[in-house]
Design a protein around this ligand. Structure first.
Ligand code: SF4
Length: 93
């Protein structure tokens, strides 16, 4: 975990390392996430999901597949819920 150290308890955060963390993360996810149709809901993977032991990031499609399934299920559920609500309002239930 030394590769991921961004400060110490005694001295506090090392802002240079913090900036590098976020720059590297953004560089890793930007190519895929900036053109993704799920961006509005997803906002990219958690940094720790794509963190590697050597201190680098490696994008994985696994998160994307899970997010796509989740969003599709949520849309299907919402659509069904709205249809049920409409029926109740019209007194057909
Ligand atoms: S689904 Fe994948 S590519 Fe799309 S925004 Fe989320 S992490 Fe990025």
């Amino acid at each position: 975990m030394e590769a991921w150290r961004i400060g110490t308890i005694e001295d506090g955060p090392d802002y240079g390392r913090c900036k590098k963390f976020w720059r590297d993360y953004r560089a890793c996810v930007a190519v895929k996430c900036e053109s993704c149709w799920l961006w509005a809901q997803c906002k990219g993977p958690c940094p720790w999901e794509i963190a590697q032991a050597d201190g680098s990031f490696k994008f994985s499609d696994r998160h994307c597949e899970q997010m796509e399934k989740h969003i599709k299920k949520a849309v299907a559920f919402y659509t069904r819920l709205k249809a049920e609500e409409r029926k109740v309002r019209m007194g057909s239930k």
